[in-house]
Ligand binder design. Sequence first.
Ligand code: PMP
Ligand code: GLN
Length: 380
Amino acid sequence: LRTKLPRVGTTIFAVMSQLAAEHGAVNLGQGFPDFDVPSRLVDALARAMRDGHNQYAPMTGLPVLREAIADKTARCYGYRPDPAAEITVTSGASEAIFDAIHAVVRPGDEVIVLDPCYDCYEPAIDLAGGVAVHVPLDPQTFAPDWELIRRAVSPKTRMLMTNTPHNPSGAMFDAGDIQQLADLLRGTDIVLLSDEVYEHIVYDGRRHESVLRYPELRERAFVISSFGKTYHCTGWKVGYCVAPPSLSAEFRKVHQYNTFCTFTPAQAAFAEMIADEPEHYETLGAFYQPKRDRFREQLLTTRLKPLPVPGGYFQLVDYSEVSDLDDAAFCRWLTVEHGVVAIPLSPFYGSPPVGQRLARLCFAKNEATLDAAIERLGRL
Ligand code: PMP
Ligand code: GLN
């Protein structure tokens, strides 16, 4: 069999969650909340099903949801995309990322990704026949080095992928990064894919620099988000893509033959939620901040060193004081011997930095879960 993704194995999230189950370990690996979805959202979903929202939705998404997304975007970023031409609802951000790449990347095109990056980017580029060009973020701060990125641009560059707040580090672009990004892309035909799934999980009063705030950038961008992160329901798999009409038209050509449409009852439920509780977005950072702060304080009592977390719900820890194993071996050892699951960083790189001793812990968890993990980590 001539396979298409010879270098790809099973995603680290599936591997580590399986290992967690086998060893009864506390799972701070795969990023998902272990607390309840807002009961109002569950009620809205049940009602949507009872009220007959059970057949195919329109290919681009329920109109009422696209209107709600447009309103929410206007409220958050001062720009209202056209729901008819610029918003497409997808089966999670993962589908949107796949569709956007397949909409514009042709065989031989180069796509610049900033390492470490989320693990679904490169396989989607490979399947489109493109070539991922890996540019490292700063190994300490995970900030982009715009000069390095500029040097990676070639006549074949078709797309640049960015992610803020960043998985796995939580680093966020600031206004200076946006300026550099605009300077870099100006005068080129490079398309931007801005992965903003953690857009509302930001701390310490920081502002999420959405590409949607900036006309010059949004006119060449696919901006992708996910309701899974925002409403604590990663298993519902509903996301969306905002892009100008010409890019959305191409995006929809892929989406319509990939999934055609997304789970209808959830679309109705999200539309209702957004309309009824528009302030949910602004309160998400305040909801997570005490979890982050408490978890970080507890980590300081262990031999793991927590790195700063400006956004998102992942905590990177430096484990070099505990072990000299490489990150994959360390995370396996931590699960099997100590009953805590973390995610190694190496799967997020084209070529992982030699000697890096970092692992990712998810703190989107109940206090009891985090306490149980800390108790075990305290014994390292
Ligand atoms: N991008 C990033 C950076 C993510 O962390 C995730 C998922 N956790 C996704 C995309 C995919 O989101 P979804 O679950 O909505 O497909
Ligand atoms: N995005 C989640 C994470 O980074 C995992 C999603 C998945 O399992 N594919 O942990």
